[in-house]
Design a protein around this ligand. Sequence first.
Ligand code: MG
Length: 381
Amino acid sequence: MSQSVVLATYAVRVEDTRGRRFPEPPHPYRNGYQRDRDRIIHARSFRRLENKTQVFTKRVSDHFRNRLTHTIEVAQISRTIAGALQLNEDLVETLALVHDIGHPPFGHAGEKVLDGLMRKHGLRFDHNLHALRIVDYFENRYADFPGLNLTFEVREGIIKHSRDYSATDYPELSEYLLDQYPPLEAQLIDHTDEIGYTTADMDDGFEARMLKLEQIRSNVALFERHFREAETRYPAAPNKLKFNEALKRMLNELVTDLIENTAKRIREANVTTLDDVRNYRERLAAFSPQVERERREAKEFLYENLYLSAPLRPEKLDGERVVGDLFEYWLRRPESLPPSYQEKAKGEPLARVVCDYIAGMTDNFIIDQHKKLVRREAVRN
Ligand code: MG
């Protein structure tokens, strides 16, 4: 409807959707995926992304990304690639906007500690599965049904964009065609997420002076190549502008490579229909081998020198402690959970209910809860 280019024969067609759990009449001006996109943008869990850690919890600059601005960047990159590959842009945009909605506070530190705590109770925490619970049950906006009542392809993409789930381990997901790969629209998202955060985190890390120009240049070949080009073209420009030029070109190379290499793989695999995509022996969306190697190198560099670096360690440990303390607190004192969660605990394991409550929180809210409950309890004892 909104798309100006003709869809490829292997793209998802909105007319062929497997539909919604609760059937709804069509909308006169928006197709099903556009409506799903709009439902996500208007959801509370989407607005909360603004106050969830991407990399920096203690944001020393308002210029750094949070999970909302990261999400918008991923949506932008995804639309470009979807357009170039003649995929369904509405579906791709929707999947990009929803891709991080299941993240708990404090980024990956929060996710890791929640999963660890849940395992002690024989349960798990996984942000993709949590995202599905949010859109299926926790968003309460409509009188006719629970959740957002999204189309099948969006719900499938939420769980399958970044990993495969086996039907043996996850029987509850059997409706999501676990023996097939997801459409290219969903396959793209894992890569556009990586393109988005690799370049953005390098930018923020440099701005935060935690990454030095020389250090990036000597460790990240993908960056160095473009930095040299920027130096040749703009010898008199300040380093910060050369850095920006190099980063922009690096992002462009990653996007271009993903478009061209995925198109090549589609051609070589003789893929012409959506069923071909779903049943091919591996995922078709991929970088070329050389760029994939360089992307990995950039990612490893960021892990070593930013995500797991000594300067970020204190805030990571703080985040883990806050999540851990509150998890144990509500297990000990379920009567201090909000009434709606106490109600849920009648039908589900308490650990799951506490985990759901915590996972939905923003960084600010959970820090505030920690001050109010855990520290006050410590003072009383
Ligand atoms: Mg992401």
